[in-house]
Design a binder for this molecule. Structure first.
Ligand code: SF4
Length: 146
């Protein structure tokens, strides 16, 4: 029997960006735009400083990773261009994904987007047209998320 992979449900919900999350602060943070900025700026409360911190985040090459990490791990401060209140609002509409499920969906994503379409057809027991439809959905989701 055919079972739609979880990664497709995630893409349909517009939450494909969650696959980019990291559980602990990853080495990629060495590329952060804030690496040499006073960390206090990212925990300030004045609107002017919050805006300044957000402006730095806007230039950051790892903004999406940072945001996903902060959604899971940070209650305070500006991360990924968001305030704690903004992250709370985002989380209200998003169910966190546990690690094993996350890995499984990352594998599904790679398999569906792999050039070897026959492996995806065999694994998910669907026809070629379904895989092409899923690919289109995932690629559109990736463009919005990453
Ligand atoms: S998104 Fe902002 S807080 Fe996160 S690493 Fe980049 S500059 Fe720092």
């Amino acid at each position: 029997m055919t079972k739609r992979p979880e990664v497709i449900d995630l893409a349909l919900a517009g939450n494909l960006h969650l696959l980019e999350k990291a559980i602990t602060l990853p080495p990629v943070f060495q590329n952060a735009a804030c690496i040499k900025v006073d960390p206090d700026l990212f925990f300030a409360e004045s609107p002017r400083k919050v805006a300044a911190a957000k402006a730095i985040c806007a230039t950051c090459p790892i903004r999406t990773k940072c945001l996903n990490w902060a959604l899971e791990n940070e209650e305070y401060g500006i991360f990924g261009g968001t305030t704690p209140e903004e992250r709370k609002a985002m989380l209200a509409g998003v169910t966190p994904i546990d690690d094993s499920k996350l890995r499984k969906m990352q594998e599904q994503l790679a398999l569906i987007l792999s050039p070897d379409i026959n492996r995806a057809i065999a694994t998910f027991n669907v026809n070629k047209r379904t895989i092409y439809r899923w690919r289109d959905l995932l690629q559109r989701g990736q463009q919005q998320a990453f």
